[in-house]
Ligand binder design. Sequence first.
Ligand code: NDP
Length: 480
Amino acid sequence: MQKLQNYIDGRLVEPASKEYIDNYDPSKGEVYSLIPDSNEEDVNRAVNAAQKAFPAWSSTSVEKRCEILMRISSLIEQNLDKLANAESKDNGKPVSLAKAVDIPRAATNFHFFATAILHYASESHSMGDLGFNYTLREPVGVAGCISPWNLPLYLFTWKIAPALAAGNCVVAKPSEVTPMTAYLLSEICIEAGLPNGVLNIVHGYGNKVGSSITSHPDIPLISFTGGTKTGAEIAKIAAPMFKKLSLELGGKNPNIIFEDCDFDKMIDTTIKSSFSNQGEICLCGSRIFLEKGIYEKFKTEFVTKTKNLVVGDPTDSKTNLGAIVSEDHMNKILSYIKLAEEEGGTILTGGNQVTLQGDHTNGWYIEPTIIQGLPYDCRTNTEEIFGPVVTLIPFDNEDDLLMMANSTKYGLSATIWTENLSRAHRIAARVHVGIVWINCWLLRDLRTPFGGVKNSGVGREGGVEALRFFTEPKNICLKL
Ligand code: NDP
């Protein structure tokens, strides 16, 4: 069985413990490879390698850094099929999705930040005859990057690429649930000629590797994407150490639909924003708010279209929803469906585990599920489920809508469907989130600030925000 290795100081190496963790193929519910069970010793080795590499990498010209990162981007593109198949096998998502979205985006992340750094400029503030200031923006040192399992290579590279482009060295940990493409990335970095120690990837559990990264005194900056509870634990450790911290956390996003929307566009996109990647995208719209006049029409068509979605073998091109990432997560989603019924909800379609035939019979699958009739403030409507489950909630007017939409502790994103632009802007301004899409969903421009408010996170990723996060400003004042 394939044994993955850590990537430390430019080499693929065994974990210090020599112990390994089972890695599952969720589509079959079986172990198919082994992951290093790393610990503090591996993290220390990775930090030492990163510290050793930092002086040379941080003073490498931006042109040279760009050239190396572009090579990584090209190699990701050249390995599209291999990486997409690996991502699907590790995570359960359809191969077609990994091929169209996850892997191309990972290549783009490197491409985007490799070139962004060429255009990154710092500020100067003139004081007239008195003097002037200029601000240097220097790499921080060793950056700790921790990412989740839902968009494994996509989110891993979304952190690593800007950190490296800005001249930092990195110690990174992918989720132990989906380590494969991070491992393949380490092979790509070696082939691309990334100098030893510039990027180090340590595999293993969050409570060992993740917390060793978070608490390491020589890692002054942590970029984390994952659950809100984990984010709070990380903040508790990092805050008294005065680390720079970026937290991209959970969501319970409202999808707001007015009667005057472009119905066909809205319904097709709503299918995607509800069930893409089995609903395991932090930006999925899990609470669908419907203006009363459109409720019945929407319900009928949405249920019909949802029933037509194929839950199946992720390698089959006809599959719309693949496997849920792990048995634990499947059980968590099913427990929320049960809770919804206990809270008085009616399941309009779905609600059950799916058992496939043949060699996929032990895989972890759930029907796309639509629920109505729940109070806006019940647990089903306020806690993150992170699966193919959405609820329908009617509203009468904008004030009621906003009261309900803003009532959770989360504030990541919102989608608004209306042809009335004044209303769209009015709602967009009053909904408490970091990202709003009007008449679209997941239309991404990598230059824009990305992140949430309230319990959805602290700080922003993307474009110049990421480059600012991964650099430290130093102001120099000169008196004339
Ligand atoms: P987790 O918070 O469980 O894990 C995220 C990462 O943190 C994993 O690598 C995990 O390792 C690691 N980790 C776990 N415990 C610790 C710890 N004590 N210290 C340091 N690291 C730790 O999230 P999931 O992987 O379950 O991802 C799903 C969550 O991510 C959802 O809540 C989703 O909303 C959120 N998310 C947010 C996004 C955003 O941009 N706002 C984007 C995508 C997802 P291990 O796997 O070993 O536990």
